[in-house]
Design a protein around this ligand. Sequence first.
Ligand SMILES: Cc1cc2nc3c(=O)[nH]c(=O)nc-3n(C[C@H](O)[C@H](O)[C@H](O)COP(=O)(O)OP(=O)(O)OC[C@H]3O[C@@H](n4cnc5c(N)ncnc54)[C@H](O)[C@@H]3O)c2cc1C
Length: 414
Amino acid sequence: MKRSICIVGAGIVGCASAYELAREGHDVVLLDAAPGPGTGCSFANGAQLSYGYVEPLASPATLRALPHLLMQRGSSVRFLPTRDWRQYAWALRFLAACRTARVQAGTRRLLELSFLSRDTLTRWLRDGAWPIDVARNGKLVLCPDEATMARQREQMRFQATLGCEQEALGIDACLQKEPALLPAVRRAPKAFVGGIWTAGDATVDSHSLCLALAGRFESMGGLARFGTRVIGFATREGRVRAVRTSDGEIPCDALVLAAGSAAAQLAQALGEYLPVYPIRGYSLTLPMAAGVPAPRASVTDLGRKTVFAPLGGALRVAAAAEIGGHGLDVPRWRIDQLRAAAAAMYPGSVDVHADGRPWSGLRPATPDSIPIIRRARRYANAFYNVGQGALGLTLAAGSAVLLARLVSGRPHER
Ligand SMILES: Cc1cc2nc3c(=O)[nH]c(=O)nc-3n(C[C@H](O)[C@H](O)[C@H](O)COP(=O)(O)OP(=O)(O)OC[C@H]3O[C@@H](n4cnc5c(N)ncnc54)[C@H](O)[C@@H]3O)c2cc1C
């Protein structure tokens, strides 16, 4: 049945949801407080379509490493206490999720969702010409020591039972996959001992994908209203009747909250606590130097906890996980860390002195890394599509399909 659906949030998750629901024939209004699509966390993230590397952040290994990570000066992981009770409620749930059984169950669900995302994006891209470049050049997860390599091999073997195709490689094989790492290995032969290669992983600029999805959605008759802040909901008899915005009320048959890290606050207006809390991270986008072999694959360096993704003539460098409120400031020392990581990983290949458009974003994280894609508890026609955390770009397409099945009254096919 055709319905009029309001989606709150035009990040990658909201744009993908709007596109999929419009494809299904619904009348969709996409609302965002920002002046255009993808200007929040979906703007300059790590750009990795990381279909094979989805292990939840909360794990026994994270728990073991946590004291060291939290005490270390300049650590990639920080807990900055605020007066918000939600921060502590989230942290307690995170600690409770650090159990092997939950990690395995979480990996299983996230892999299913990532495979659905991969297949969905492929299907979408077959439909006409898209003004984006999805580079399917694979991804290397580099391990700094044998203990990390052993743990990654173990995870790889577990994921193989779930249909994930990966290879464990020594240094020489890593260099065959990504020759642009050769100068780094010559300089620091012990910087890593090997890595896990996922040939099916890809890269895409997240902001460009948001613009493309929103453009397609509008060309199908969807209505996008930017500069429109949602401030509440008009409800009656267990249903949301309209969305209250800075521009007045918009009636709807159904509501979808896809507001990223702001979703928890909006869900309160629906009488619900959502365990979604922001985890801040940073990025730089540095131009490649001319005349040297450019990186092709994306790389996650587990030693420096930094991701690298080639995007056309530039290299996206992203890192850090800070749990400490909704601020978006970008400290100079964080950016210096990113520059140093790029200089060490690709010496001579990138211009580390360029401005690099320093950026920060708030990952909408759930304690167990599993997105919340479900109906609201108190309102039969309200739905959530939030909490994709560190993998929103990767999981957006699949999340949109699961959401559309729910909204259209079809059960999850799993
Ligand atoms: C440093 C960093 C690196 C990352 N790297 C990767 C990566 O390599 N691969 C990957 O898959 N993921 C990555 N991520 C995660 C990914 O960026 C996020 O999961 C994703 O962007 C979340 O998308 P979203 O649509 O849920 O949220 P957002 O993009 O934040 O969108 C939410 C939207 O809701 C709007 N909104 C909020 N409140 C209101 C309101 N009241 N009224 C109207 N509009 C509202 C906001 O304006 C915003 O546009 C990274 C994140 C960071 C920070």
